[in-house]
Ligand binder design. Structure first.
Ligand code: ZN
Length: 179
């Protein structure tokens, strides 16, 4: 089911989400939440979505990059589900991308984050998983995982001048951003 997106200002986006308990993994509620996340992400055209964005206080997020090309990187990540994910930076090095967010519609902002990370998480069966990511995927993962801890990308913009409306971004910044 497509759920309405909680936007910046909604307090659910500002609190740390609850960890998913092991006995919740087999529940219909979790299955429904995952379906709702998928439906909502597809409907609103996101590449990732976290449970608090549809008003659910749980550490669950999904990401899907299908034949996705941005900043000269070809990314193909089939739908991935992250339950209780933990982030471990693998590098002191940072990289910057212009980010957008379904919960902050119409805007883009330039954010620098660690360029290589490892994420440990659970899948829907409760198995421990691990994923290493670099480049744009590392940024997408950090953006989504931030949602599980009450952080929005706008909090991480170092220079507030690097925040723009999507239309102005397309008109004035895009070409430079992709270089
Ligand atoms: Zn977001």
């Amino acid at each position: 089911m497509i759920r309405p997106i909680c936007r910046m200002g909604n307090p659910i986006l500002r609190k740390s989400a609850q960890k998913v308990a092991k006995d919740f993994l087999k529940s219909d509620d979790l299955g429904r939440l995952i379906e709702d996340l998928k439906d909502s992400m597809k409907h609103y055209g996101g590449i990732g979505i976290a449970a608090p964005q549809i008003g659910v206080d749980l550490q669950v997020a999904i990401i899907e990059l299908k034949g996705f090309n941005r900043y000269g990187e070809n990314l193909d990540l089939p739908l991935q589900l992250f339950i209780n994910p933990e982030l471990h930076p693998l590098s002191e090095e940072t990289q910057g991308f212009w980010e957008g967010c379904l919960s902050v519609p119409g805007l883009r902002g330039y954010v620098e984050r660690p360029s290589a990370i490892r994420v440990t998480y659970m899948d829907e069966t409760g198995a421990s998983k691990e994923l290493e990511a670099r480049g744009f995927l590392a940024t997408v993962l950090q953006h989504e995982l931030d949602h599980l801890h009450g952080v929005l990308y706008v909090d991480r913009i170092k220079d507030p001048r690097l925040l723009a409306y999507q239309e102005e971004f397309d008109q004035f910044i895009k070409e430079r951003a992709i270089e």
